[in-house]
Design a protein around this ligand. Structure first.
Ligand code: PEP
Ligand code: MN
Length: 338
């Protein structure tokens, strides 16, 4: 249910509503808007009609059911778009957010060279995997904590906050200590224990779409994180599995306008995993901006032909710099700065 407070409602009235929601054994989530406060009351769907009685409390304007199965993720509860701040970077604001870096952290030389290059080209967030979900157990599995330390060093040298993947609940404490944003990979989109655990973190969570997730299922996964108390979820479309084999995945760009209608959460596109082919990344990155994404995540490597993972889809350093220039008119046309 959404409890809409009157425009002039005071803190005492809000507190009384929160207390009553807890008494009814629901969990309140306060969403402070520019004009008024809205409170989401979530919990057991059976019996939620008792919440209707909140209408009689002082300062309450209305109590309306949220029709979508995802509640806190829904645009029904929050009309304004969510803007997530990471250091000086905003994700979901007017300025596009460009995340770039290697698929995997491979060593100090590689990580620092790529970090400095993407920073010089204008990237806002550095990426790099220290724990890698690989299809084969015989391929490189990631540098683990050593990789996190190298990402932290790259952040120190460049000032770029970094995003990195966490694959398992047992890794969350450590990854949260180092990283600025926690990435949940496509294969973990319905790892509900992991979603609940990162829902307790005080760092933003970057939730990739499952390679076979419908948009509804994906938003339900976001709801797991939000319902545990972490309001900072970023959605990332990275391509889905279809019958098409020419591209590694099929990049569902229509997800962007659909999501902009259904949710207030920021939306980032990953054309690297979306296409799997280096030369198709720049056109699809431009298309992502044109269609209204809040930013893109791109894999970049100093020597992509020798990368330890995802080399074929990684841009080299000059290609990334060129992409940043190429994105500019698309950003302008979409009314966004870069
Ligand atoms: C990655 O970002 O390198 C990655 C493994 O992504 P995904 O989970 O989308 O495959
Ligand atoms: Mn990758």
């Amino acid at each position: 249910m959404v409890i809409v407070m009157k425009a002039g409602a005071g803190q005492a009235q809000i507190d009384a509503v929160l207390a009553r929601i807890k008494e009814l054994e629901y969990t309140p989530h306060v969403i402070s808007g520019v004009e008024r406060t809205v409170i989401g009351a979530v919990g057991d769907e059976r019996g939620k009609s008792v919440l209707q009685t909140l209408e009689t409390l002082e300062g309450v304007e209305s109590v309306v059911p949220i029709l979508k199965p995802y509640k806190l993720a829904s645009a029904e509860i929050k009309k304004e778009r969510t803007v997530i701040r990471v250091g000086n970077v905003e994700i979901g604001g007017d300025k596009l957010c460009i995340m770039a870096g290697p698929c995997s952290v491979e060593g100090e030389g590689q990580m620092l060279e790529v970090a400095h290059a993407v920073k010089a080209a204008g990237a806002h967030i550095l990426r790099g995997g220290a724990y890698k979900p690989r299809t084969s157990p015989y391929t490189f599995q990631g540098m683990e904590e050593k990789g996190l330390k190298l990402l932290a060093k790259a952040r120190e040298e460049t000032g770029l906050p970094f995003i990195t993947e966490v694959m398992d609940t047992s890794q969350v404490d450590m990854v949260e200590d180092y990283a600025d944003i926690l990435q949940i990979g496509t294969r973990n989109v319905q790892n509900f224990a992991l979603l609940k655990r990162v829902g307790k973190c005080r760092k933003p969570v970057f939730l990739k779409r499952g390679l076979a997730s419908t948009i509804n299922e994906w938003l339900m996964s976001a709801e797991y994180i939000l319902s545990e108390g972490n309001p900072e979820v970023i959605l990332c479309e990275r391509g889905i599995r279809t019958f098409e084999t020419a591209t590694r995945n099929t990049m569902d760009l229509s997800a962007v306008p659909v999501l902009r209608e259904l949710t207030h959460l920021p939306i980032i596109i990953d054309p690297s995993h979306g296409t799997g082919v280096r030369r198709w990344v720049p056109p699809m990155a431009c298309a992502s901006v044109a269609v209204g994404a809040d930013g893109v995540m791109v894999e970049v490597h100093n020597d992509p032909d020798h990368a330890w993972s995802d080399g074929p889809q990684s841009l080299d350093l000059p290609m990334f710099a060129e992409l940043m220039t190429r994105l500019k008119p698309f950003a302008d046309a979409a009314g966004r700065s870069l």
